[in-house]
Design a protein around this ligand. Sequence first.
Ligand code: FAD
Length: 385
Amino acid sequence: MLPYFDQDHLALQSRVRAWVDKHLLNRAEEADVEAAARRLVKELAREGFVAYVTPKRFGGVRETIQSRDWCVLREELARGSALADTMLGMQALGSYPITLAGTDDQKQRYLPPVARGEAIAAFAVTEPEAGSDISAIQTRAVKRGKEYCLNGIKRFISNAGIAHIYVVFASTDPGKKAKGLSAFVVEGDNPGLVLKEKTRVISPHPIGVIAFEDCIVPESNRLGQEGDGIKIALDTLDTLRCTVAAAALGFGQRALEEALRHSQKRRQFGQELAQFQGIQFKLADMATELEAARLLVYHAAWSHDRGEDFKRQSSMAKLYATEAAQQIVDQAVQIHGGIGVVVETPVARLYNDVRALRIYEGTSEIQKLVIARSLLNSLGVKREG
Ligand SMILES: Cc1cc2nc3c(=O)[nH]c(=O)nc-3n(C[C@H](O)[C@H](O)[C@H](O)COP(=O)(O)OP(=O)(O)OC[C@H]3O[C@@H](n4cnc5c(N)ncnc54)[C@H](O)[C@@H]3O)c2cc1C
């Protein structure tokens, strides 16, 4: 893990790993995903893990947020449970815009309850017509005196219906497209915020469609100035991307462990699967891909924490680690043969759990655009669009 991590990170890693081994590795999936999600936030907070998502002044652990803490937490949690990783990741994603752009009052009000696991956080960008293209957001926030009135629909919102606070991106000036976006904190019990649908995805994940129906939000809940929304959203996503990549490492690690275990246990043609060179080659490729992904992820997180420009590295880490994890999990399923697709076996679960990582917080294709644009910009190449 060195040289990217110091003793604090390593201590955190052993603590989370031990907790995951004891409490998550053999936990059965619950039918009621929302109840499981709520309970996990409490458990993770009790262990002090959620406190890493906010700065010390606002209930957190460190003076400033460290991407390496988030990566360590997400890698270890994802090894044990996709839902645990999601809940930790969402506490970070839904609160980081407040850490980034909130006033002291906003931070004092919203961050400590998130750090204590008393408030569940959500981040609402995506809409039916605005997925990869954030500039197409149609949710409107119209100013009326000291308030805004929000109208619009957001879909694929993690924690929809169970969140206590939603950071919502809406247009205050549609003529300016992306530059007309503003960010607001909307409280979960606001009567104008309506849960329209719970969406079932292939991995346990509380998610759904929400609507803003004449939803009145005080001006004091706007983050930053009008028009700051796009910067707040992109800066948040840049930071979180490499932590999604860290979660991919956790899934990949678990898949490798399961494949190693099974290949030493299962015998065919009079010997263990692990004795066949064909299987050994698969295991070697899986481990090598995982190690390469780790270096990209840790390097991106380390660059973030040093205050360097890490945007390209964060996209590379997400692109590479999520694609690699998908391949690693697929190979683990293959090594398990039929058992690999039996519902509820660890590798079958991983197969479903890993898939969305190549889609959310910027698809693999969008990561390639970010990387290419950064390369071309660094060469001073002018581009269209
Ligand atoms: C499990 C899950 C959780 C999520 N949680 C949240 C959340 O909490 N908050 C939130 O706001 N959103 C959330 N999302 C939404 C997620 O961020 C979007 O699904 C994602 O950004 C892609 O948008 P889309 O689904 O509309 O796909 P589209 O944008 O329609 O893309 C469809 C396909 O076209 C490709 N494509 C699009 N544009 C280009 C281009 N310019 N060049 C090449 N290819 C392109 C994409 O890569 C993709 O393969 C979540 C999604 C999932 C699956």
